[in-house]
Design a protein around this ligand. Structure first.
Ligand SMILES: NC(=O)c1ccc[n+]([C@@H]2O[C@H](COP(=O)([O-])OP(=O)(O)OC[C@H]3O[C@@H](n4cnc5c(N)ncnc54)[C@H](OP(=O)(O)O)[C@@H]3O)[C@@H](O)[C@H]2O)c1
Length: 248
């Protein structure tokens, strides 16, 4: 059994799975949360097996937009202390704009998927978070900083303001709250069948380093912020984007 416990939403795929693998290497037990049980169980089994710790990763099936299902994560944590909550679940959801009802549905879907998932999971786990030393990480997006994706951009930007408030609320308990803002990361389920060779090339060309991001690039930043040496870093937005958007 690891000495520390992390909860990673969307930990079954892409960036989340890379974060889980990294945190397990760092000695954490990890609870991963998502809606698809098969995907979660396969990832949990694979990473646990790779680590040689058979119960390193535990899968909990929950749609984190639903408060009732978030309770299942709290139950899985039980009496344990949570060292880190990594709010990685989210994604761009397409929608129609034919009517205002369509517009409302499209915006609500993106706000639910990217904001509510993080707010509900974090609020539910706050009582269990380690004091002092707990960590909250929100996975935002470069879209929050440069636009380009309508309600998804707006939803990811909303995480920034909430992170600042939460960092202020929890700072006196030595709990840090930060946003990791990825640029283009290939090899995840994010783009589904939306990505074209031209779209890929344009995103790579927009970086200063001339390549697409990998899930491990983002996981490295999350591992740093979760780790013991990052206790003086809070209320920050850390861009991991190959230089596509410059820091300010
Ligand atoms: N890839 C990129 O270029 C990129 C760039 C910037 C930001 N990001 C952000 O990075 C994060 C991870 O994305 P990714 O690229 O790794 O894509 P991904 O493979 O699609 O990962 C998203 C994960 O979130 C889970 N999820 C989505 N909605 C959920 C819900 N309501 N409840 C519980 N789990 C939910 C999904 O699992 P289920 O479907 O099984 O629920 C999936 O495992 C996302 O927040 C995304 O917006 C990605």
């Amino acid at each position: 059994m690891g000495e520390r416990l992390a909860v990673v939403s969307g930990g079954g795929t892409g960036i989340g799975a890379a974060v889980v693998r990294g945190l397990v290497i760092d000695g954490y037990d990890v609870i991963i949360v998502g809606r698809r049980g098969e995907v979660l169980r396969e990832t949990a089994e694979r990473i646990s097996w790779e680590s040689g710790r058979s119960s390193a990763v535990q899968a909990v099936v929950a749609d984190l937009t639903d408060p009732a299902q978030v309770a299942g994560v709290v139950a899985a944590v039980g009496e344990r202390t949570v060292d880190a909550v990594v709010n990685n679940a989210g994604g761009y959801l397409g929608g129609d704009t034919d009517t205002l009802v369509d517009v409302a549905a499209w915006w609500r879907a993106n706000l639910d998927a990217n904001v509510l998932t993080a707010v509900l999971l974090t609020e539910a786990l706050l009582p269990a978070l380690r004091r002092p030393g707990g960590r909250v990480v929100l996975v935002g997006s470069i879209a929050a900083q440069r636009g380009g994706a309508g309600p998804y951009s707006a939803a990811k930007a909303a995480l920034h303001g909430w992170a600042y408030d939460l960092a202020a609320r929890l700072g006196n308990e030595q709990i840090t709250v930060n946003v990791v803002s990825p640029g283009y990361v290939a090899d995840t389920e994010f783009f589904g069948d939306r990505m074209t060779p031209e779209g890929h090339a344009a995103r790579v060309a927009a970086t200063l380093v001339g390549r697409a991001g990998e899930p491990d690039d983002i996981a490295a930043a999350v591992r740093y912020l979760v780790g013991p040496s990052a206790g003086y870093v809070t209320g920050q937005v850390l861009g991991v984007n190959g230089g596509s958007v410059l820091g300010r």
